[in-house]
Design a binder for this molecule. Sequence first.
Ligand SMILES: [Zn+2]
Length: 440
Amino acid sequence: MTELLLRGRTLSFNRWPETIDDHAAYAYEEDGALLIRDGRIVAAGTYTEVAKKVGEGVKTVDHRPHLILPGFIDTHVHFPQMQVIASYGAELLDWLNTYTFPEETKFRDAQHGRRIARLFLDEMVRHGTTSTVAYCSVHKASAEAFFEESHARDMLNIAGKVMMDRNAPDGVLDTPQSGYDDTRTVISEWHGKGRQHVAITPRFAITSSPEQMEMAGALVKEFPNLHMQTHLSENHAEIAYTCELYPEAKDYTDVYARYGLLGKRSLFGHSIHLSEREADALSDSGSVAVFCPTSNLFLGSGLFDYQRYRSREKPLRIAAATDVGGGTNYSMLRTMDEAYKVIALQGEKLNPFQSFWQITRGNAEALSLVDRIGTLEEGTEADIVVLDAGAIPAMRLRMETVATLAEELFLLQTLGDDRTVREVYVSGRPAKSDMVTAAA
Ligand SMILES: [Zn+2]
């Protein structure tokens, strides 16, 4: 039995914070503590309360005055795109054809996949992200490399071998049958092994033939507990081309609906330019719209209407994500800084409690995993981030005038990045300070 006691300023959300004064939405302890046993949080509260439950000789790590939060969750990211990030001058379809597809052909080589998977998860941990929902490449070996690395670190990650059988170079194409067979193999090898989750992953309607979409639908039927991830309504040229390829569908969302791909475990990256009918269809099915602000700004795709999606009569379930390599930063703090600006451009605000709810509990709820990750509640898995709002000189100076928790969180979001992440725990074990950093 391994036990660890963390002491610090603990913050965990109970529900969506309606306003900046909605203090019942979160639990905050100025001198808080978490007792971790065998990878789980077994006690949470004030230090005085928790310390009473601790056996003799338990190791204590005192993180005061830093903030202890649930580890961040990134709900849409492409691990094979670490060498695509920061590619200049294209909108979505050109960006895929010019940069992304050629890069992803390299993942035929299992050795390359293993190297990038290792560096990718290093980067995630360095930025305080303890769970991701990742696209691998079309190659089964890329998914196997990802899961091997994730399992070795005991991280809870969701990932899938991409299915794509047309409109891309041969080196990144499968067939309806091989896409189905390889996905099944990855599921049987990895789903439920330790903390690993496999997602059914048709890239998007443009790169999947109707035959492949049928196979994806068949997998969703066979494995109803698995997540399904794809892209939806990111860019106007993409939407027009999709509607040409699927003329029988009412609209882009209807393409996926026709193959049975909508549902409570379905994640639709971007979902920017939705009609009211499409938003209703997502809402009615419990599907999740994934907001990727840095990517949407970088590729000039459009502005995700977060507050309207939340407040419409049929609200959408929303997750937030980096979308690296279309996204421009691995940090969920940087992501929410850009999210704030995207929302501001539409005349709305996202208050800092709502931001931090979103990247912890909110994303866990969107993944239907809130009983396991995204909070500091007793019984959940001990994935934790420790943040220091004074880690950077400019932040330290600004902290001199910060008077409230809300102000501190907003400063962390506006100026923070990997430097503000002091420590990360994965399954209760220190993961950032223990990291062997070698870009080999
Ligand atoms: Zn994406």
